[in-house]
Structures are given as C-alpha cells and as structure tokens.
Ligand binder design. Structure first.
Ligand SMILES: Cc1ncc(COP(=O)(O)O)c(C=O)c1O
Length: 393
C-alpha cells in the first residue's frame, strides 16, 4: 500500500519546522522514537541507570529482535554498537590479514573504510584493489569475478556511497563472494531503512549499519550483522568482560554470538530508540518506503536537470534517494548555508572524501539532497525555487 504521507508527517515533529532533505545525514525521528528515548532517560533519572536497564530488558531485547526481523537473520547474529564505523571496524579488524592478502573494493567506497584498507596495507602488507565500475557506474560484477583468486581475503563494498544515488549490486556481489569463498563485508549504512535488505539474498557474511540515517533512529546508534558459522572464526580487535569470559588467569573464551563485537556499556535510551525506529520502518514497509523515496528522487533529478539546467551526478543502473548537484559559481557550502537560512536542509560532500570516484569523474564538491518518504512534492519545488533564486543572484 502507498505511504500515507500526511500521517507520516503528522507523526514527525520536525516536518513542522524544516524542509528536511538531509536524510542521508540524519533523518527526522518520528515522535515514537523520541518518546521511547525520553521515557528511558526519565526512568534512569528516577530509579537509577542499572535498575532502568533491568526494567527495560524486554524493550532492549526487542531492538535485537527488530533488527533481526528486518535483515532476515537471528538475534544471535546482531551486535549493537554506537555507529556504523565501529560496526564496520570491529568486523574488518577481526580478520587476520597477512602480507599478500588481497582486499577487493569498489570505486565509490566510503572514505573511512578506505582509510582502514590503507592502514592494513601499511601495517600488514595487504594489497588493496579497486574493482572497476561498469558502463552504468556500479561495481562491475564480471570484473569482480575475474579478479578472484585464493589470495582474496575480503570483498568489501559500500552499498550506497556517500556521494550519490548509486546502489551497488550487493546481491550479485554476494553470489561471486559465495562461489569464491571469500568473506564479504557490506557497508549498508546508507541503504538500511530506505530499501528492503535480506542478508540471505545479499549473501554477505558481515553487514554494518547506522541508526540515524534512513532508519530514522537516534544518533549514536549502529549495528553489525555477523553470519553464524562465520562469526565464530573472528577474533574482535577489542574485547571486554561482555564480549568474553575470563575463565582462568591465562585464558578467556569469547561469546559464541555476535555480541562478542559489543562492549559492556550502552546508551540504552539510544538502543531502545533504535529498536522502535526499526519497528516503525517495518510497519510502513521497506518496499513501500523504497518506492516513494525513489519516486521523489527521480522527480527531483528531473526538476534539477530539466527545469534548472543543473548537472545531476547520480550514476548507477539502480538509484536511491540521494540526489547530487552543483551550482556553477556557488560553492556547495554557500548553497547549503543559504538554504539553511530558509529552513531547507541539505549536506555537502567534499572532494577528499570521494578520492577515486571524484578523480575518475572529475567531480566538484557536491550539494547532496537526500529525500525520505515523508518529504512532499511541494518541498522539492520549494527547494528548487530556492536554488533558482541563488542561480539568478
Ligand atoms: C557509506 C557510509 N558508511 C559509513 C558511514 C559511517 O557511519 P557512522 O557515522 O554511523 O559511523 C557513513 C556516514 O556517512 C557512510 O555514508
């Protein structure tokens, strides 16, 4: 069923204040997510943090269950952490890289992930290799298949990159990974919450994500999926009394489940808020969310290109809710500030954070408008009218 946009907006307090086109930065939280967090903070203040945690046990377990439902995995395969970077890092640094091991990645890889590859190259002597994109701009699956050999220690790809509407063919990459036996780490930070994600279909061994973006959850929340049958082979880079048990003065054993990637202390208000946000997204339906997000993004790209004559930089056979452009004669930061003064929120992607993609495509600094299902056609028109005014100024 189509999204009831009026209801979605009525349930989102921010819609009364801003034209929010920065959903790939941090989307507006629905009231239920705000309330769930505030209720827990109040409980902590009233009865004590540890005591509140005990009382909220069901809601906390509910967060694992909601994520497992969304991804089609078991709760034992979910670890909750403070953001997507920590989720990704815990997985990546748990792999036992040796000199000569190969890491295969994509052109539009997330900057922090690429920094970790470069560090692994420096510290451990691994080889970092970028799989070329195909004519549509997504990672070329045949090229990936042609690069596989038994030295490939990891295939690591960003599903939806920071800098544009591209959706990489994650499930097809998963098939190559499965056939080759190479571990597959998918950065789903910007795809989670805007499209259905099923880890069986994706064929990934590890998947990292954040709460605050398309899932509309709290800041400072994230999670890692780690596949049963694989996660047991991984030794997290950091462990504590929650991740492992100290069984003898010279020994420990790791938890058998994905929580070996967690640590003991949590912002439980954020954990509870994340669980509520996932349930809220599931109640709308991720296929329904994706359909509306894609329709709005397609409309916005057409408005920018056809009505305003602006460049649109989004590539890929499959595109999502992120729309990127640039205004000749105006820096992206100036555009962002001018829009912010009119309560229109967008973000900026700078060139250093997209080294390989920017060099290949000659990209400038980008204005990034990312739509969500609660945005309206009228908001897109007002955004374009504000850009037009800037162009004429
Ligand atoms: C593709 C991608 N991966 C990972 C991250 C990092 O997410 P977090 O800030 O939650 O650590 C981002 C953040 O923008 C991102 O765009």
């Amino acid at each position: 069923m189509a999204i009831d946009v009026d209801r979605a907006r009525a349930e989102t307090p921010g819609c009364r204040h801003v034209n929010h086109l920065n959903n790939a930065g941090a989307a507006l939280m629905p009231q239920v997510v705000v309330d769930a967090q505030i209720d827990h903070l109040r409980l902590e203040a009233e009865i004590g943090g540890y005591e509140a945690r005990a009382e909220a046990a069901e809601r906390i377990d509910g967060a694992y269950a909601a994520i497992a439902r969304m991804l089609g995995c078991s709760t034992e395969e979910v670890a909750l952490v403070e953001n997507a970077t920590v989720a990704w890092d815990m997985a990546f640094h748990a792999l036992d890289f040796r000199p000569g091991d190969r890491i295969l990645t994509a052109e539009a890889e997330y900057v922090s992930n690429y920094l970790a590859y470069l560090k692994a190259a420096k510290d451990k002597g691994v080889s970092v290799e970028v799989v070329p994109s195909d004519g549509a701009g997504q990672l070329s699956v045949p090229a990936l298949a042609g690069m596989i050999d038994d030295r490939v220690k990891l295939i690591a790809v960003t599903h939806v990159p920071t800098n544009g509407g591209l959706v990489n063919p994650a499930a097809e990459i998963g098939q190559v990974a499965k056939q080759s036996g190479a571990p597959y780490l998918l950065d789903a930070c910007q795809s989670v919450g805007q499209m259905p994600l099923d880890v069986e279909e994706l064929g990934c061994d590890l998947l990292s994500a954040t709460g605050r973006k398309y899932l509309r959850g709290p800041r400072g929340s994230g999670f890692l999926y780690a596949r049963k049958g694989f996660l047991e082979t991984l030794e997290p880079p950091f462990i504590d009394l929650h991740a492992a048990t100290w069984t003898a003065p010279d020994r420990y054993i790791l938890r058998p489940d994905a929580r070996r990637f967690e640590n003991w202390e949590f912002n439980y208000a954020a954990v509870i808020g994340l669980g509520v946000a996932v349930d809220y997204a599931l109640a709308w339906g991720l296929a329904e969310i994706e359909a509306r997000v894609n329709a709005l993004a397609a409309r916005l790209r057409a408005l920018l290109a056809n009505d305003l004559g602006l460049p649109v930089y989004d590539i890929g056979a499959r595109k999502c809710g992120i729309v990127t452009t640039a205004l000749p004669g105006h820096s992206a930061e100036t555009v962002k500030s001018a829009l912010r003064a009119q309560a229109i929120n967008v973000s900026v992607t700078d060139v250093p954070s997209m080294q390989i993609d920017a060099q290949k495509r000659g990209l400038p600094e980008l204005v990034r408008a990312s739509v969500h299902y609660y945005n309206t056609e009228d908001e897109l028109d007002r955004f374009c009218a504000a850009l037009e005014k800037l162009i004429r100024s």
